[in-house]
Design a protein around this ligand. Structure first.
Ligand code: FMN
Length: 176
């Protein structure tokens, strides 16, 4: 089966700045996207009492249908969003009680897109993504930092995004 990529959007608003970047990348790649804000995913629970929420069905869909997972997060207080961090914490479920999902993550590819108000991304922001990919046996395709001026994607940022898409994403997908 010819598998595609998915962009996992972790913003606290569904149609905000991160979504503009997600839409731009989607238009260029044909990737699907999922809005974590529209899902009911609670924080990690050692007793797994939240087993019935949206996390496991969503993860099953992701591992069964996609080769590449790109996380798109706003920068909130120098870090990934809380919504996305919850999602990362819940990956622990896939190592403890849903091990089949955890095994399927191995060999897939991860990337990251950040969206802030500052053009500078502070040192260390990318580390959790790189190390999580390493830990799970995933390939890491890299990242791009974006920022918004007056709620629009500037022409220079569009150019940078196009280069990232061509060099880091499309090289893996002959069909896009
Ligand atoms: C709670 C909160 C914290 C933020 N912290 C930062 C920050 O540390 N660095 C930064 O560049 N922008 C920061 N911003 C600005 C957002 O990253 C920026 O507006 C981003 O484009 C918002 O994306 P969104 O519309 O998807 O939420 C913060 C915004 C919020 C709401």
């Amino acid at each position: 089966m010819n598998k595609k990529g998915i962009i996992i959007q972790g913003s606290s608003r569904s149609k905000g700045n991160t979504n503009k970047i997600v839409t731009f990348i989607q238009e260029k790649t044909g990737f699907d996207s999922i809005d974590l804000k529209s899902k009911n995913i609670s924080g990690f629970d050692y007793d797994f009492k939240n087993h019935g929420d949206d996390f496991i069905p969503l993860m099953k869909e992701i591992v069964d249908n996609y080769d590449t997972i790109i996380f798109a997060t706003p920068v909130y207080w120098y870090a990934m969003s809380g919504i996305l961090k919850n999602f990362f914490d819940r990956i622990t479920d896939c190592l403890r009680i849903e091990k089949e999902i955890g095994r399927k993550l191995k060999g897939k590819t991860m990337g990251m897109v950040s969206c802030g108000s500052d053009s500078e991304l502070k040192k260390g922001f990318e580390m959790p993504f790189i190390e999580t990919a390493n830990y799970l046996g995933m390939h890491y395709l890299g990242s791009i930092h974006t920022w918004m001026e007056n709620e629009i994607i500037s022409e220079s940022l569009k150019k940078e995004l196009n280069i990232f898409i061509e060099k880091n994403i499309k090289t893996r997908y002959n069909e896009v």
